[in-house]
Write a protein that binds this ligand. Sequence first.
Ligand code: ADP
Ligand code: GLC
Length: 476
Amino acid sequence: MKVLFATSELAPWVKTGGLGDVAGSLPAALRAQDVDVRVLVPAYPALAQAFPDAVEVARPHWLGGLLPTPGLKQAVTPDGTPLLLLDYPHYFDRTGNPYLGPEGRDWLDNHLRFGLLSRVAAWIGSDASTLDWQPDVIHCNDWQTGLAPAYLRYLPGRLAKSLLTVHNLAFQGLFDHASLFELGLPDASWHLDGVEYHGYLSFLKAGLQQADAISTVSPSYAREIQTDAEGMGMAGLLRHRAARLSGILNGIDTQAWNPATDPHLPNHYGPRRLEAKAANKAGLQVEVGLDLRDDLPLLAVVSRLTEQKGLDLLLQIAPRVLELPAQLVILGSGDHAMERAFASMAHRHPGQCAVRIGFDEGFAHRIEAGADIFLMPSRFEPCGLNQMYSLRYGTPPVVRATGGLADTVVDAADEKHGNGFVFGPATAAALLDAVQRAATAWRDPALWRRLQKRGMARDSSWASAARHYVDLYRAL
Ligand code: ADP
Ligand code: GLC
């Protein structure tokens, strides 16, 4: 089985969220199931620098519209995964976030940048390809590669089948009508059953419409997105394609996220050496300037700061949470108003609340290890990885019952399976209630140990998800 895994992010080199983590760890798990997988990803500066010896293996040309002729360079990651780097410096030799310019706004040519990525994925899956490797399946991820199934459908010479995995339905890749021509798509594709969506070209809709199969990253989210309330305008289409839609729960990279070996941690620990977690808490308190208190629960957030993550609810109850009493540490970036609100909260509560605005991988690991309780009050969450990192790090999470959070966290009220705290309504009151329950449980060491150990024992590896993907590829 040969699979091209097409992605716009790849951890540890380029990551804005969970898609980067998934692309950085699922391919190795697929290889362990004997899938011959290659990862197609733009040669952003971080990747070009990481693989200076990458060799050009093809130059896809005549791609249509205004699309240029890029290079394809081959490299191999340290874990042995073959990469195809899409080399077109004019599009991808830009530092920072892969989607946003320095002003924090989308690059104006994103339709061409990710249109090229999609088009080259389709080229590799067509008989125009000059590569000596022919994939059976193109595995696309989110809107950035969502156009590949449409190219496979509308252009001649198709050989590969396509699977589109939805990591987040909220990002749809909407562009104006003129981009149809720039992207080299035929007029016939401008249709309700094609790539058109309410007068716009939608990369995501195009993929949902044309892919041979659709998956999303948890069973609950696969159900939720078929409802009008949570389908983000795509529910009708997804219901129509329900027979082709499945939910496969993400795994995590259990090597990168292992408290017993994590190179970012000052003190290693495991389920049988949980005492050593306390030293990480003290280290974290010192690192962020919190009072050195082992008698207060330390609550933590690592997140994109967006509407999705429900952190406005946390802002509303933060004073009450600090009065519990408790400490709070937050790492995140995104919405500027929310960044300012969190920063000013930290300013008002020195020693008790610390906020760092930015993206910092090592710090994220130290928070997972040093905190007592992790907070994820998401309004919606296709899968969520941080709650799984928290479980593995003995840091029971407080989550809203949605998407992958509902599929991974069991409320402590379940005395046999409980590993965290789950609340229902997306309200400040419901979040506060769950946080209070967590803080109370934290004061009961025997109960807390049981919760921690159950979470740490959960199998979050990729093996089972990889088997599901292999079944899907076979069915295609
Ligand atoms: P999403 O993909 O919606 O952002 P996930 O929970 O699936 O949510 O994945 C988020 C990933 O990004 C996790 O690996 C998390 O640790 C990481 N992350 C998010 N914000 C930051 C940040 N400010 N600094 C470091 N890592 C972050
Ligand atoms: C998205 C989702 C997140 C998921 C991640 C990886 O960014 O928001 O819930 O875990 O993709 O699939």
